[in-house]
Design a binder for this molecule. Sequence first.
Ligand code: ADP
Ligand code: MG
Length: 634
Amino acid sequence: AESSEKHEFQAEVNRLMDIIINSLYTDKQVFLRELISNAADALEKARFHSVQDETFLGDTKDFEVKIEHDADAKTISIIDTGIGMSKADLINNLGTVAKSGTTNFLEAMAEGGDANLIGQFGVGFYSAFLVADKVSVTSKCNDDPVQHVWESSADASFTVVDDPRGNTLGRGTRVTLHLKEDAHDYLSEDKLKESAKKYSQFIQFPIYVKVKKEVDVEAEEDDDDDDKEDEDEEQKDHVETKDEEEKDEEDKKPKKKTVFEWEQVNTQKAIWLRAKEDVTEEEYNEFYKSISKDYLDPLAYTHFNAEGEIEFKSILFLPKKAPFDMMDNYWTKKSEVKLFVRRVLVAEKFDELLPRYLNFVRGVVDSDDLPLNVSREQLQQNKIMKVISKKLVRKVLELMKKLAKDEESGGDDEEEESEEKEEKEEKKEKKDEEGLWTKFWKEFNKNLKMGCYEDDSNRSKLSKLLRFYTTKSEGKEVSLDKYLDRMQESQESIYYMSGDSIETMKKAPSLQIFLKKDLEVLMLPDHLDEPCLQKLADYEGKKFVSIQKADVKLDETEEEKKRFTKIKDMYKPLTDWWKKKLTDLTESGAMKEAGVKVEKVEVSKRLTESPVVVVTSQFGYSAQQEKVMKSQAF
Ligand code: ADP
Ligand code: MG
């Protein structure tokens, strides 16, 4: 056609398509998950617009997804009545991708990941090429008077044409896959139905698969009656008759005819509206996967109805694995908890539901108290949102606390005496196994430390969840409560040190006296640790004290004190001389440039083997932390 335009794919898309087309990955059915999920996203958007503007729907009033196959043409089509795409949308959305998404997906694949991951990286559409060597996307949206067809055979280019058939869709999108030889099994009705069912369980819109039915003409009349009843029950099964056959009154043998029916494969009842007792673990897991695009089950979840001044229902999930870009995009990433108002999705990926440090939490919130046509700006100022947010944070922290507690009490159980030998062995095995909290902490500790730094109102709750290496923790990370348990009776402070690694910290001269006195010291290899402790200032009344700074107070006897004063006086000429010498040195050259200043030179109480140690003053960050902060924009 004259209006046909040829476009080159962005280089990243080409690389991506190459990999997908040549993928040896056998579980190809994920393409259906991705395309159904895109259809559902488009429907959510259309529903959202229709709430704001009642003329939006026009003649296309039903929100639905239909899936059909054509055995002769060897195609499958996924058709939705969603928001649709304009010509520009087709070119932008299906021709370019965010570079980071592709790069990260390709990396994950190179590291042995599989195509199942694709949805997480925002490039799910291209999974169509797992099963198809040619894909056509026909789309019509309200913003564009013309319906267009996008088409590509994955040969580095795609075309976009004005649809010569005119506007056949009303509004929405039809994705047609021309199946590759090895994907022809999707032309089987059963296979298609089974896969569609699998991925549509938690979708809020009806998903239909076109099925062929042989019915005898006699029975057809009953069928019609049934249909009426069904319609009353709002079970929309559309019936299309292919070949009308005349009814032969004389023939006793019932005549057969072929009809096509749209069979609904999902139930559409929102899982968060159901009673907790009625939802199985498996259903929670599948629901999580469907909203998160994660391929793993969640680590934990909480399902609750908030009651009181503001009522809402919610399910929140903690993932097993941190997203690949969690810390890179820490400052810009939005919360991905979806906000529904009376079952209509009104917002996702926005800041107001959860504080930044919890942006890995996934889930849904459904409130009847917010207006349906709430705008982004209104969300920002909304008092109801603030209340909801506060409750969500509390629930998430409670869930975390439970995981941490379960893990610790699991440890207590093991210490209990057990009569049966067999049982003992079983428990021992359990002990070696990592608890849920340990697993969670490994993935998300940086977020919780950031939370401890940023969230003034929940800092003390968060402090109970923190875990650190210590000089006595034997390579594990332990809670501050554990540290308190082991504290010496006269000990007033919680000692800590920071450094590049546990190994270098163990060798630090400043640690010697603490080892000698058997005082436990937290060892902090992560640059987020120290800011977090500084914000906390103390834990259960015990101050955090850096052993790498001057003035560390160690409890000592009167005799020790007297002895020390004597030594200090004796060495005064030496320390004075040294101070002057060092000060001269810092007034020129590299030391001056670096801004090094000598505060004082004094006799140390804490060295046992090394002759000298350089320390920073008790105020401000330690030398290690200053080094870190200079090297990166913390
Ligand atoms: P993601 O869904 O993560 O954004 P995809 O690669 O699956 O990434 O889809 C890319 C984009 O193409 C979507 O963000 C959307 O804008 C558009 N798109 C895909 N399918 C449809 C559809 N059925 N209706 C409307 N827009 C769609
Ligand atoms: Mg998608």
